[in-house]
Design a binder for this molecule. Structure first.
Ligand code: SF4
Ligand code: SF4
Length: 716
């Protein structure tokens, strides 16, 4: 009927106009944000991300049931777009079908399959949301999700009924042998007269079309905006290494009080951060993985993103209006905006974060929470000078002595003396061993913390046993800058990074080994931002390689059940978890057991993100949560690969009065223990298959003596 066609045309035009107007505003909101270079450069990676994250739904499938459910809904939308075109076409032309493929049986079959699959998925979604009610939805806009689920159910049912009516009227474009669900629905129309069936066909067709049109406008005002933005958010995901923070170059000489650092107002967020907010699905996966949230702290990465977005949507219309009327009016309004902290996000929330990366890893649409948090920390520290008071001494020490412990540089050599029962190690300074195979980056915890002094001593001893020629920077080494950077004091980090890079370059260092995942991450992933590119290896990987090559051969049995705690900066940020396990499993007698949360789903010890230097005032302490998990295992030894995890978990075990039940030991300590138990195991195998130290072994540059099994420094 002509009237129907005119009415539908008017409705489509009105919907498109509303959609276009809202889209224009949303694009305007993005332009309110600061500029940030997210130009895609690695197109291979971008293509793969679209294929894997968007179309393959890989991150959603990390959670099997909700993942499969969402997979079918996503692909249902893609495939059933064809039925939407068919429905609108049918309003204009009876028996309309898509050109070329519109009568192809397999397409009809796919459409039928996805209608049923989406309906089944919606049923699962209702069960999860209304019966199971997982905590991850706490704080989400639950009603919005309900409306959308009802709308999708309506769309699916009307597709099925429209197809059934069309079959009964003989208008259906597909061979019904391909479409059993639609064919079964057609049976419902059998008892009706032709006129009734035609009327019902029209009713379902209109009902279907009206839901689609309403849905198209509604999604632009709801969290379902992610249907449109997710692909873009994945496209503009940072190409930085996972563990590297957003670079920020500060001209320290020219710093002034008026400089704006990080994000102090909603308009200081970058356009990508605003896009993150528009893309959040409120699924709560990030919240469910966050160690801060899980130990009763106010930080929820989901609520943080939602709060920023809600503030933007609240102020966005006025800001856009002001912007359109001129720069002066805009700046005036920006000046009146409430500060991001604490008005939108409480300060406590910002300081609770350990930068563990669990949220970023869990997020199915690649939202980068850490960038948001770090920009707010940078503003609080460098713009407002507002931060937990206990951070002050650590920052001052970093500035004044180059380490958070506030120790003099000469004290960096103390660990080489070992304990009263050990011999002092003689390790050359890099200037005395310019051809050393590797530089051992000791790190501040290794140099100054008593527990970790033992670890670096044992690791150095292992390298000597393996015949590795290595050197240290000794008193010249300074903190890599990770604690300063993650506390938000970017200028302190920059100062330390530039100083270290210059030193490493002066000594022409190429390969670095370190026992600290934070040192590893900063040297490897962040120093390139300041022009320092080095090969860096974490000691667990390095030891695994030495064992694999036969340069270290653990033979002494350690009859212990051992488990391993993965450090976040190894496992989550750098995908390093194999080495530690290979070393432990190479030790005879050990019985290895995984903790429930391990590998890339590890649980933070609570010390990352500069939190080593902050009090944990609310909720359960993170180290206690992790310690309890370890104590619940059957293991007697908790192996670690990070000096901070070592401190936190050893403290946890002591606090639980469980020192007789569980020992916390670095992987290097376990390996050395096994080697020392069995004299034969300290003999390495040369490349030619004979026992002994490699012929290419270097002499100790400090003493001029050969380092080998006869060297009293290397054997006990
Ligand atoms: S990085 Fe870790 S602690 Fe910080 S918000 Fe994300 S999950 Fe929570
Ligand atoms: S930030 Fe990501 S993981 Fe967290 S609720 Fe939003 S979409 Fe889900």
């Amino acid at each position: 009927m002509l009237f129907e066609k005119i009415l539908m045309t008017l409705l489509i035009l009105a919907t498109l106009a509303a959609f276009a107007s809202r889209s224009r505003d949303l694009l305007g909101y993005l332009q309110l944000g600061k500029d940030e270079d997210r130009k895609p450069r690695d197109w291979g990676r971008k293509f793969k991300d679209q294929l894997v994250v968007v179309f393959g739904q890989r991150k959603l499938l990390q959670w099997s049931i909700p993942g499969i459910m969402h997979f079918f809904i996503f692909w249902g939308f893609v495939i059933l777009f064809t039925t939407i075109i068919e429905a609108f076409g049918a309003v204009y032309q009876e028996g309309f079908h898509l050109p070329l493929i519109g009568r192809w049986g397999p397409l009809g079959a796919l459409q039928d399959f996805f209608v049923i699959a989406v309906l089944a998925s919606i049923a699962v979604a209702f069960i999860i949301r209304k019966i199971q009610r997982p905590g991850r939805f706490r704080g989400s806009h639950v009603k919005e999700a309900d409306y959308i689920l009802v709308a999708i159910t309506g769309i699916m049912i009307t597709i099925l009924f429209t197809r059934g009516a069309e079959i009964s009227l003989g208008h259906f474009p597909y061979d019904t042998r391909w479409t059993p669900a639609s064919d079964a629905t057609a049976a419902l129309f059998e008892g009706f007269s032709l006129a009734t069936r035609e009327a019902l066909d029209t009713v379902f067709l209109w009902w279907h079309s009206l839901i689609i049109l309403a849905f198209l406008v509604y999604i632009t005002y709801s969290k379902h905006l992610h249907i449109i933005t997710a692909g873009f958010n994945v496209l503009f995901t940072s190409e930085r290494p996972k563990g590297a923070l957003k670079p920020m170059y500060i001209d320290i000489e020219q710093m002034s009080e008026d400089d704006q650092f990080g994000a102090g107002k909603i308009t200081d967020l970058t356009w990508k951060q605003i896009l993150d907010g528009m893309t959040c699905t409120e699924c709560g996966r990030c919240q469910s993985q966050c160690p801060a949230w899980n130990t009763g702290k106010p930080l929820s990465p989901k609520l943080l993103i939602m709060d920023e977005r809600d503030a933007l949507f609240e102020h966005g219309p006025a800001l856009l209006k002001a912007k359109r009327s001129g720069e002066e009016a805009f700046q005036q309004l920006v000046g009146q905006l409430e500060p991001l902290n604490p008005a939108v996000v409480e300060d406590e929330v910002i300081w609770d974060c350990t930068t563990c990366g669990a949220c970023v890893q869990a997020c199915p649409v690649n939202i980068e929470h850490i960038d948001h948090i770090m920009d707010m920390r940078r503003n609080l520290v460098m713009g407002e000078s507002r931060f937990p008071k206990e951070m002050q001494p650590a920052l001052q020490n970093l500035e004044n002595t180059g380490n958070p412990w506030g120790q003099p540089p000469q004290a960096r050599l103390e660990w080489m003396k070992g304990t009263a029962k050990q011999e002092e190690l003689k390790i050359p300074h890099i200037s005395e061993a310019p051809n050393a195979e590797v530089l051992f980056w000791v790190g501040c915890a290794g140099a100054f913390d008593d527990r970790n002094k033992k670890v670096v001593y044992d690791f150095a001893k292992l390298m000597q046993i393996a015949g590795v020629s290595f050197a240290v920077l000794g008193a010249d080494e300074a903190c890599n800058g990770d604690p300063a950077r993650r506390m938000g004091a970017e200028y302190v980090y920059q100062m330390l990074a530039e100083q270290n890079i210059q030193l490493l370059k002066e000594h022409k260092v190429k390969k670095i080994v370190t026992t600290c995942p934070h040192c590893f991450n900063t040297l490897f992933n962040e120093y390139p931002q300041f022009g320092g590119t080095f090969e860096v290896v974490h000691h667990t990987e390095y030891l695994a390689e030495l064992v694999d090559k036969g340069r270290l051969r653990p033979k002494g049995e350690i009859q212990k059940k051992v488990t391993y705690h993965d450090p976040c900066y190894n496992a989550r940020h750098n995908d390093l978890w194999k080495g530690a396990r290979e070393v432990i499993e190479a030790i005879p007698g050990t019985e290895y057991e995984e903790l429930h949360r391990h590998g890339h789903t590890t649980f933070c010890c609570g010390a990352g993100g500069g939190r080593m230097w902050m009090e944990e005032r609310m909720g359960k302490k993170m180290n206690m949560e992790r310690t309890d998990e370890a104590l619940a295992s059957a293991s007697e030894t908790l192996a670690v690969g990070c000096p901070f995890c070592n401190i936190m978990l050893a403290d946890g075990v002591t606090e639980r009065h469980a020192d007789s039940q569980m020992q916390v030991r670095d992987v290097a300590q376990l390996l050395l223990q096994s080697i020392e138990f069995h004299p034969e195991s300290s003999v390495a195998r040369n490349g030619n298959g004979t026992e002994g130290y490699p012929a290419t072994q270097e002499t100790d540059q400090m003493t001029g003596q050969a380092i080998g099994p006869d060297d009293p420094q290397t054997t006990e």
